[in-house]
Design a protein around this ligand. Sequence first.
Ligand code: AMP
Length: 395
Amino acid sequence: MLRPIKSFDIKGQTVLIRLDLNVPILDDVIQDDFRIRACLPTINYCLSEGASVVLMSHLGRPDGDYNEKFSLMPVGEHLASLLEMPIKFSSDCISQDAIDTSLSLKTGEVHLLENLRFYKEESINDSVFANKLSKHGRLYINDAFGTAHRTHASNHGIIDNFKNYGIGFLFEKEMKYLKDVINKPERPLVLILGGAKVSTKLELINKYIQQADTIIIGGGMAFTFLKAMGHNIGKSLVESKMVEQAKNILDAARLNGKKVILPLDIVCSEDINDIKRNNPVSIREIPENQMGLDIGSKTIKKYLEILDSAKTVLWNGPMGVFEKVSFAIGTEAIAKKLVEISEFNATVIAGGGDTASALRHLNMVDKVTHVSTGGGASLELMSGNKLEAINKLET
Ligand code: AMP
């Protein structure tokens, strides 16, 4: 059983919290602080309960060596401004100085450690490194859902060193929606799949071909299905190795009486950077020299009608190349409809890095039921897989 942070008496304790503060940074400026904000409820709870906190996280992939580009220092500064208080920062994770700073924290103080991935030992789940990390606190809390599919020292090996360990509010919320709610959904349950590839979402499709009432497919992955149905897809994105699988999925859906809905029309162009949006063409008329980059108006209308009656929606993957204004309309239309049905009590859960960034781009993150902070981890949990870090927390 996962132990929620509220089940511990943390007053006067130093709580060591693994967070996922892996945010995009350009020239020391944080481009999107969604993940940092998502950690605030757990930190604030600890501080209001009279604990002190030590925070640790990874940032990017520095591959086990110090690299200033991946320093958590800008994250620390931003966190301090969000918390409206100064925080202590150590430029490493396991030195005696850093540990002494943690041990001498007063009630209500915060100490952030430098990037865990400056140590090779982190990614290989080294037990000596994990033991050293554990010296920073008396109670261990994991609130880094985004790394739950990894077996690293800070989210796996470290647990062997604690009598008391559990999960923070963000982790709890992710588990509630991505596991409990979607395993007992109110019906109709609609799965919306998009994005680039079928292969990364194959497990999800195979699971929901049984469980969902309808699966809507858009984005680049739709073309592998359209090809499997014998359509000419021009220069559109295709995973040739997945065409056979796509055929099997469509056959399985037919056998199970499930609806897999594919685009009716497509907005195409010769150039992904095209600043104009061409008129949509039928899927039977995709020009040989063009690629499909967004769903067309007939498709949008059909998808919105299906969503109108949905009671639970799971969304993973944009409907087109949403990063380009000309091809963002399909994704925007779906997002707006999801906000609308959320207001009428449908449960809308969005997962996957690009889906979350599309919603953030549209300022809609707080307007649907739950937007996962995890990419790979949310995909795996939704697919019904066991995640190593979760197994360990359950021991
Ligand atoms: P994923 O990580 O699999 O969810 O893929 C997200 C990416 O898929 C985004 O960067 C989109 O630009 C891209 N994408 C969506 N639709 C298309 C399309 N029709 N052709 C090419 N790429 C697409």
